[in-house]
Design a protein around this ligand. Structure first.
Ligand SMILES: [Zn+2]
Length: 103
């Protein structure tokens, strides 16, 4: 049986064995009985940045349980620069603002 990693927010990562395809998305931590979620990143990634590990976790979750998008991602209030009629145009690179403008 393969080993799957689960992460408890209090006690850290611990391994559990499940038959292939039957790993639960979340289990009870054996130490504190809190919820521990499955970690999709392979072992030895603890040296990576938190942002990268979070992205890898999200990628793994997305494969099994994709998040459903109900509106165009944008501002917190749900409005979008395109939909609201005023486009926000930012330079691609900060140095672009210093370039000469065409006549
Ligand atoms: Zn725990």
């Amino acid at each position: 049986m393969p080993t799957y990693d689960y992460r408890c927010p209090r006690d850290g990562v611990f391994p559990l064995r499940f038959p292939i395809g039957e790993a639960a998305p979340a289990v009870r931590c054996a130490t504190c009985a809190g919820e521990a979620v499955r970690v999709f990143a392979p072992p030895m990634l603890s040296a990576l940045s938190r942002a990268l590990v979070a992205a890898l976790d999200r990628t793994g979750r997305s494969a099994e349980a994709p998040e459903v998008v109900t509106r165009i991602p944008g501002r917190a209030d749900g409005s979008h620069p395109v939909n609201s009629g005023r486009m926000v145009r930012r330079p691609v690179h900060p140095g672009q603002a210093r370039l000469p403008r065409p006549d």
